[in-house]
Design a protein around this ligand. Structure first.
Ligand SMILES: [Zn+2]
Length: 430
């Protein structure tokens, strides 16, 4: 039995990884949520809902490999429902949840209960990852086999590095044997200490403790070397330095099984954007100098950076309102990622939708063990409608996350996600 009425998306232009060119076409989705026809001038079934996509781009649903949904345990910051609403507003139709829930997801039974909660509360697929170490404490390996049998897409200690190289070695040996991806937070706590911003001109000017670039660079080099030694698959999270990226490029040339991700904020903001001690700009890793950002953009285009990931990490405005040194790291990112990248790069012709789809839809799905999605006949409907001529105002009122804390607050971004189709559902964004 069809569960929804058919929908005809009319006069849109379809984006894909195949080419920067867009294909003008209508897309017909049947009542089962399957794309049954693509072509110009399609006629609509009698009971179909017509969705006018004139001037708009139809884009395969994005997939975010790095999301902190805060539930269970920190529902004052975000819930699975508000996280999913933020994702849909941003054109994101699937995410990997970080395991830093309370309690941390470090065993098969905890993965199962987290996934049960997701199927109850989230309208979009959310895949629970597991911890590398028990309780994310960096002391003992977590129970890999139980988590592997529950199908975790990756293991990570979520914004904490594994401090001991011997423990990381054993984690990677087991991960290799279970064919699990190890996602590593690239930081060396002995160097970053209580740092709050990038160490350099800005930290000196603001009188804030700095996080030196070598804190990330040494962590990247160590984990690459351990991956080479063990043969494990390594994914480096939140690359932010040119020198760190260079290490990844050298390792890839040597055939190491390493991939890496960058966040939208590290691609479009520099440490110079930090003004008035605004804690919405406090990230770990921190915003870096312009030379690093230029290298990251080049790496994003040439493929040495594989994945865009938001590091969606909501904190309440109250938590972020403390002084810069003690405010938590991170911000909401799911609903601004696509408009930010469109605003800065796609609109300016720096790269096309094909590149963004590869980095934010296809590659992260492949890394997590899923098939990429495409707008094609016979496929499930999983795409969003983007109007490049419209705008996304980033305000407390318009944001869907429970914690509208973002460095883009108060900005108006060029382009807007008008709605997201997922199977038989259509989440129009007003
Ligand atoms: Zn994170």
């Amino acid at each position: 039995m069809p569960s929804a009425k058919p929908r005809l998306f009319q006069n849109g232009r379809i984006a894909s990884t195949a080419s920067p060119e867009l294909r003008a076409a209508d897309v017909l989705v049947d009542g089962n949520g399957v794309i049954v026809a693509i072509g110009e001038g399609l006629s609509a079934p009698e009971d179909a809902e017509l969705i006018d996509c004139s001037g708009c781009v139809l884009v395969p649903g994005m997939f975010d490999l790095h999301v902190h949904a805060r539930e269970p345990g920190q529902e004052h910051k975000e819930t699975l429902a508000t996280c999913a609403a933020a994702a849909l507003r941003g054109g994101v139709t699937g995410v990997v949840l970080m395991p830093d829930a309370a309690p941390p997801i470090d065993s098969g039974p905890l993965v199962k209960s987290a996934m049960d909660l997701v199927s109850e509360l989230s309208p979009i697929p959310m895949h629970q990852s597991g911890c590398l170490t028990k309780g994310r404490e960096g002391k003992e390996m977590a129970a890999f086999s139980g988590m592997a049998s529950r199908g975790v897409p990756l293991l990570t200690d979520a914004d904490r590095p594994v401090p001991c190289p011997d423990l990381m070695r054993r984690c990677m040996e087991y991960a290799r044997d279970f064919d699990l991806l190890v996602a590593s937070h690239t930081d060396t706590p002995a160097l970053s200490k209580a740092g709050a911003v990038n160490e350099g001109n800005v930290s000196y000017r603001f009188g804030l403790p700095g996080i030196p670039a070598i804190s990330q660079e040494i962590a990247i080099d160590r984990d690459i070397r351990v991956a080479q030694h063990t043969g494990a698959r390594l994914h480096l999270q939140q690359i932010s330095t040119a020198r760190g990226l260079k290490s990844v490029q050298i390792a890839k040339e040597a055939g190491t099984l390493v991939t890496c991700e960058v966040s939208p904020h590290h691609l479009v903001l520099t440490e110079q954007d930090l003004r008035d001690y605004n804690t919405h700009f406090k990230f770990n890793p921190p915003l870096r100098p312009a030379a690093d950002v230029e290298a990251l953009v080049a790496g994003f285009i040439d493929g040495s950076i594989d994945v865009l990931a938001s590091d969606h990490a909501p904190h309440t405005e109250f938590e972020k309102s403390s002084d810069f040194g003690s405010a938590p790291f991170g911000a909401a990112g799911l609903e601004t990622a696509v408009p930010v990248i469109h605003d800065r790069f796609i609109r300016a012709g720096v790269f096309g939708w094909d590149l963004l789809i590869e980095r934010y839809s296809a590659a992260p799905r492949r890394l997590a063990g899923f098939a990429p999605v495409a707008i094609a006949e016979g496929e499930k409907a999983e795409f969003f409608v983007f109007d490049p001529e419209s705008e996304t105002p980033v305000t407390r009122e318009t944001m869907k996350t429970k914690s509208p804390v973002t460095p883009f607050l108060g900005k108006t971004l060029a382009g807007r996600v008008c709605g997201t189709a997922l199977g038989g559902e259509w989440y129009g964004q007003g």
